[in-house]
Design a protein around this ligand. Structure first.
Ligand SMILES: [Cu+2]
Length: 152
């Protein structure tokens, strides 16, 4: 009995530690999904900006990111960079899968959020909110840190 209580306390303590470690940058939701390290690569002259985020799925089933929206931009799309040998191009995709008990890195060279038609002046140092919509009905309202083209 005493031994069981001890191991329970140890497990609980570990879980608390894990949450605390992610707390500063993670957008925690009640569901199984979370978003971490969300940022926007800002470009001058109101050029389309790229949005990047790491999505984590703690559930037993894969979940698709199916839509993105933001009050800060007139148009938000999910794009994927594909390479044909020496050239690269962007294509619009309708979903990106976050594997069960896994992560999906929306990162330079792979998927990105294409953020166009900024509705107000946005500059490095700002934070913009982007809503991520998933196939299981969950949404994550995620703050994205706006950074310079160099990612700073
Ligand atoms: Cu794009």
């Amino acid at each position: 009995m005493t031994k069981n209580l001890k191991s329970l306390t140890a497990a609980f303590g570990f879980a608390l530690g894990t949450v605390a470690a992610f707390a500063p940058t993670a957008a925690q939701a009640a569901g199984t999904l979370s978003a971490d390290n969300a940022w926007v690569r800002w470009l001058p002259n109101n050029l389309p900006a790229g949005g990047y985020v790491t999505l984590k799925n703690d559930g037993d089933k894969p979940v698709d990111l199916v839509d993105v929206s933001s009050d800060a931009y007139g148009m938000v799309m999910l794009h994927q960079t594909v390479s044909n040998g020496s050239t690269q191009k962007m294509v619009m995709v309708h979903k990106a899968t976050v594997p069960a008990h896994g992560t999906l890195a929306i990162a330079p060279g792979g998927y990105h959020l294409m953020l166009e038609q900024a509705k107000h002046k946005i500059a490095p140092g700002d934070t913009v909110n982007v809503k991520l919509h998933f196939s299981d009905g969950e949404t994550l309202d995620t703050p994205f840190a706006v950074k310079s083209p160099a990612g700073q």
